[in-house]
Design a protein around this ligand. Structure first.
Ligand SMILES: CC(C)=CCC/C(C)=C/CC/C(C)=C/COP(=O)(O)O
Length: 289
């Protein structure tokens, strides 16, 4: 007995309707998924026919659909460059990563409510941009240098020297990772940021978020603050991270990794803590008239 497997549209599997719209590569119809499955589920006995089957898949044919039933003498399969081929048997990790990426892009777009003046929360954009300046590298670097120059106690100088080290380490690590990963900023972002350097065209990880996590952990560990102020510091870091997505500057994963990296950076700074004992040269140099 022979049974005919059907796709979700009730069409026998293996057939194709050339009149239907939608790009095969972008999931325009379920039949393309089927063809991928067919290729991966029924491996050919010999490599030549496996290659032929893969090249028959519509995802390998840019701009042409295979006709239902086919002809009696099919044209020889076109040679497809290696980089154009789609992995028909992706690993579980690959599927999980792609799904995470899709959720990330979808959620980031949804949360980008201040990405433009005409966005749903566009009126909040000036406030978000103020927050952006509060986490920018320049005010933090200049502020730390200024306080260092005014500090008249060894203890104060030690803390500020380490804050300066932390800020520079953060700039270095974020630039390195941005340059390596080279993830583009979301398409809905307006590139109107105040004072950026070349790697800032990339979005992974969020530099504002790493700085916010690093600085807030630093402050909580080295400044004696009343509880409400401590809560405020944590809130500032959290809202700054969130505002990066709302402004459309980043995807959610850029910010999530930014929090993680900033948190870890503080651990590095704490581990390498500079003091008159561990780095006497620095402290002596700073105290030269
Ligand atoms: C000393 C020196 C080279 C300072 C550079 C400070 C600077 C330009 C920091 C960049 C701050 C910035 C715009 C980071 C981008 O943050 P995302 O959150 O958009 O990644």
């Amino acid at each position: 007995m022979q049974s005919t497997r059907r796709n979700t549209e009730g069409r026998p599997l293996g057939t194709c309707d050339p009149s239907s719209s939608g790009s095969p590569a972008h999931g325009g119809g379920s039949r393309f998924e089927f063809q991928s499955l067919l290729s991966s589920r029924a491996p050919a006995a010999d490599p030549t026919s496996a290659r032929l089957r893969a090249s028959e898949s519509p995802v390998h044919r840019r701009g042409s659909f295979p006709l239902a039933g086919g002809g009696s003498s099919p044209a020889p399969p076109p040679q497809v460059p290696e980089e154009d081929r789609i992995d028909l048997n992706p690993s579980f990790l690959g599927i999980a990563l792609r799904s995470l990426l899709a959720i990330d892009l979808w959620l980031s777009k949804k949360l980008g409510v201040c990405a433009g003046e005409s966005s749903s929360w566009g009126s909040m954009r000036p406030l978000m941009k103020l927050l952006e300046i509060s986490g920018h590298g320049i005010p933090w670097l200049l502020g730390t240098l200024y306080c260092l120059s005014r500090s008249d106690s060894w203890a104060g100088r030690e803390v500020l020297m380490n804050l300066l080290f932390a800020l520079l380490l953060d700039l270095l690590l974020v630039s390195l990772i941005k340059g390596l990963v080279r993830r583009r900023r979301p398409a809905h972002n307006q590139m109107d940021m105040f004072f950026t350097v070349s790697v800032d065209k990339y979005s992974f990880p969020s530099g504002h978020t790493t700085r916010a996590a690093l600085v807030s952990r630093f402050i909580l560990n080295h400044l004696v603050l009343a509880i409400p102020l401590r809560v405020l510091v944590v809130l500032w870091a959290f809202i700054l991270g969130l505002s990066r997505v709302m402004l459309g500057r980043h995807n959610v994963t850029d910010v999530a990794f930014g929090f993680f990296l900033g948190y870890m950076q503080y651990s590095i700074v704490d581990y390498c803590w500079l003091s008159p004992h561990t780095a006497p040269v620095l402290f002596v140099l700073w105290n030269q008239p």
